[in-house]
Design a protein around this ligand. Structure first.
Ligand code: NAD
Ligand code: AKB
Length: 326
């Protein structure tokens, strides 16, 4: 069997940080090539700086490392996307087309494309939003994800390229900070709570959105990518449901641990984006095709987020005390 060499683009982002580490556990340290536009500050053993907009540079990495699969995470997210619509279209669409072309030409085994709940617009049922329904997104980010989904289907139909994709909800994890999305508040809130600071929320208290703990999201990704090819019936992107909650509900779950925690609300431009997205998704196709089942509810997420961020805080405190004593 040919050894897998997996290239992860956008590997320094919120999802990439955790996914790269899980892929390395699964396939071995030297089988995963992490890459990003940015310089890597840490001591990553196999990291390359790569702008995926540069197709020749991407081809060079594929040749150099004998890449067999690409997980293409590089993107501009929803809230940042609205600040620079044309750049967002450029980054999100052209980088993915480069990945698809290079994958086709080099006959790569598989490609992963992360889509989003942002593909939906205001014209769909908000609760239990179906898999197959008209997609009329209100953001350039959503438009770029719909285009990506359609290109995935096209490359599968025309060239047999095994592209697989998930419509992720808002992701919540303690390992890295989010990168300019509308759901970022659900990570930031835990950092404020642990620092015992008041959290100023940019969404209304009753804004329900689909969310998912990063552990569930990464497991879903690996389960989808390792599922038998014949099981994959959706070649645009799979709906995926984890948990749905609002800012006031997450704040209540935090108050169980920090009774004095305070949240204030001043909705901004991100409210309109959130209002255009579903509240929960119907993920019955993912459940049927590759046995998807989430494991983390809101209470589990809150417990894990607080405990991990607390650990980091203690470590930082210890470090600064040691420096002071020296
Ligand atoms: P992020 O913003 O944290 O990370 C994206 C990374 O892509 C950044 O490190 C950035 O430097 C890099 N990048 C941007 N342009 C690039 C380019 N031209 N070449 C190479 N790298 C480039 O995003 P994330 O949260 O880790 O999301 C990863 C993927 O998952 C994205 O495609 C995103 O749309 C999708 N997604 C994320 C969420 C979420 O809640 N985090 C939800 C739905 C979908
Ligand atoms: C964002 O808010 O832009 C992302 C997403 C749901 O795609 N977290």
């Amino acid at each position: 069997m040919k050894r897998e060499r997996i290239l992860v683009t956008g590997a320094l982002g919120q999802l990439g940080t955790v996914l790269t580490s899980e892929l390395r556990k699964m396939f071995g340290m030297d089988s995963i090539i992490a890459s990003d536009l940015r310089e890597c500050n840490g001591s990553d053993i196999l990291y390359v700086q790569l702008d995926v907009a540069d197709r020749a540079a991407l081809q060079k990495i594929v040749d150099e490392y004998a890449v067999t699969q690409i997980y293409h995470l590089a993107a501009v997210l929803s809230a940042n996307g609205e600040k620079q619509p044309l750049r967002t279209w450029d980054v999100n669409c052209n980088t993915f087309l480069n990945v698809l072309e290079v994958a086709k030409v080099n006959k790569l085994k598989r490609v992963f494309f992360p889509s989003s709940i942002a593909v939906f617009g205001t014209n769909v049922p908000k609760m239990n939003t179906p898999q197959a329904i008209a997609l009329n997104p209100r953001t350039v980010y959503g438009i770029s994800k719909v285009a990506g989904e359609n290109w995935s289907q096209y490359y599968y139909d025309k060239f047999g390229l095994d592209v697989r994709s998930i419509r992720y909800p808002g992701l919540i994890g303690h390992q890295s900070l989010p990168g300019g999305g509308t759901t970022d508040y659900a990570v930031d809130i835990y950092h404020k709570a642990v620092r015992q600071e008041t959290f100023n929320c940019y969404l209304r208290p009753d804004t329900h959105l689909p969310m998912m703990f990063i552990t569930d999201a990464v497991r879903a990704t690996l389960e989808l990518m390792e599922a038998p090819k014949d099981n994959i019936t959706i070649r645009t992107s799979y709906n995926l449901q984890g948990v749905s909650f609002s800012p006031e509900e997450i704040a209540e779950s935090i108050k169980v641990h920090y009774p004095n925690f305070q949240i204030l609300y001043s909705p901004d431009h991100r409210q309109e984006i959130a209002d255009s997205w579903p509240k929960s998704l119907n993920d019955s196709d993912a459940r049927a095709d590759w046995k998807w089942a989430p494991q983390y509810g809101l209470q589990d997420i809150t417990m894990e987020m607080i405990s991990e961020i607390e650990k980091k805080k203690q470590l930082e405190l210890k470090k600064s005390t040691t420096i002071c004593i020296q």
